[in-house]
Design a protein around this ligand. Structure first.
Ligand code: GTP
Ligand code: MG
Length: 371
């Protein structure tokens, strides 16, 4: 809480610090002139000395930012596309499935077929949009959650039908559960001769994922990313789960969301892919993410097409940041550029203090004696 030094308190009352120290002693506290005393104690001392205390708390800009966040009213909310993350064990076909869904082919161009970036894309099925976020392993998922970001609405758990439940499958289940995100199981590679979907289902019952046909409530879809089999059904199921989840947002407010990935591009400067989660992000908006800030200079959708605005659940590439914001960082837009810069100054200060704390040499008693 708030504190004040004995000296400062005495100065405010235009009295001698000795009188404050004396009063504190009467109250059972031994204090020196530079000692910090808490607001309650200061109030008692001042009252005893015949002063009234008016504690003014100077809110930091960060708190002001949070307090400026408006509460959405039900009437302002519209249905937004679900945000889906594909998770699963190495090589079970996460990238292939995502590619098959958006009819592209990233896997072939990736070195060794391993996902090396986070991408975010949108597809349309029966007139309804679905946003897919591709995470490399679970690192990004964890980093985002550590920062308090909740990006994913629905997790697709991919399991290869010829391999079954593996360590990272279990990890993915735990991540999704910790984030309270519904899981849809996609049993992949059913085209393979040694595919055994029944075995996968049996193994998953041990993790409390039980298919509806066995009396449970988990949706299972058997797919082949390679042969593009049952992908429509998978999308159908995503939309079904989304309908139950009723994901909504207010498009008519200052945009807020999460940085999905970011890098320094030689020609374009810092480039960040962000997911708008509420409000509408527009070209010209003043945006902050961590200690990165700037005016949105240009925005591109996942196909590279320039857009002037992006509403809830839309992933866009943003140009105009002062530096590369870290993946998983929350972004905000503020109307008042000066206020935005004050927040950044405050964050820089905090960052520096933390760095100083980390680099300050720690001297123990033993070190002193061993010199
Ligand atoms: P990491 O990103 O490395 O964790 O792998 P991933 O889960 O993204 O798997 P990826 O999509 O790279 O697929 C791994 C291998 O499985 C590749 O050789 C794919 O061609 C193959 N594969 C993926 N889906 C299918 C499928 O439905 N059937 C068959 N037969 N092979 C598939
Ligand atoms: Mg991959």
């Amino acid at each position: 809480g708030e504190t004040i030094t004995v000296k400062a308190l005495a100065e405010r009352m235009c009295i001698n610090a000795g009188e404050v120290i004396k009063k504190l002693m009467e109250l059972g506290t031994l204090a020196t002139i530079n000692q910090e005393i808490d607001a309650d104690t200061a109030t008692i001392v001042a009252n005893e000395l015949g002063f009234e205390v008016n504690i003014k708390v100077e809110l930091d800009k960060e708190t002001q930012l949070m307090m400026a966040e408006p509460e959405d009213e039900e009437k302002d909310l519209i249905t937004r596309p679900p945000v889906v993350t594909i998770m699963g064990h190495v090589d079970h076909g996460k990238t292939s499935l995502l590619d098959a869904i958006r009819h592209a082919n990233v896997t072939a161009s990736e070195a060794g077929g391993i996902t090396q970036h986070i991408g975010a894309y949108q597809v349309e099925h029966k007139g309804k949009k679905i946003t897919f976020v591709d995470t490399p392993g679970h690192a990004a998922f964890t980093a985002m959650r550590a920062r308090g970001a909740k990006v994913t609405d629905i997790a697709i758990l991919v399991i290869a039908a010829d391999d079954g439940v593996m360590p990272q499958t279990v990890e993915a289940i735990n991540h999704a559960r910790a984030a309270k995100v519904p899981i849809i199981v996609a049993i992949n590679k059913i085209d393979k001769p040694d595919a055994n979907p029944e075995k996968v289902k049996r193994e998953l019952t041990e993790h409390n994922l039980i298919p509806e046909e066995w009396g449970g409530d988990t949706i299972f879809v058997e797919v082949s990313a390679k042969q593009k089999q049952n992908l429509g059904e998978l999308l159908e199921m995503i939309l079904l789960v989304a309908e139950i989840g009723e994901y909504k947002a207010n498009p008519n407010r200052a945009a807020r969301g999460t940085v999905i990935e970011a890098e320094l591009d030689k020609g374009r400067g810092p480039v960040a892919t962000v997911l708008v989660q509420t409000g509408t992000l527009k070209v010209g908006d003043f945006i902050i993410a961590g200690v990165a800030y700037g005016k949105v200079r240009a925005m591109m959708d996942y196909t590279g097409r320039r857009v002037s605005k992006a509403g809830p659940s839309m992933p866009v590439e943003v140009l105009g940041f002062s530096e590369v914001p870290p993946a998983g960082e929350l972004f905000y837009t503020v109307e008042d550029e000066k206020f935005g810069k004050q927040i950044i100054d405050e964050r820089f200060k905090k960052k520096r203090e933390e760095e100083l704390k980390l680099t300050a040499p720690k001297v123990s008693l033993e070190d002193l004696f061993n010199q």
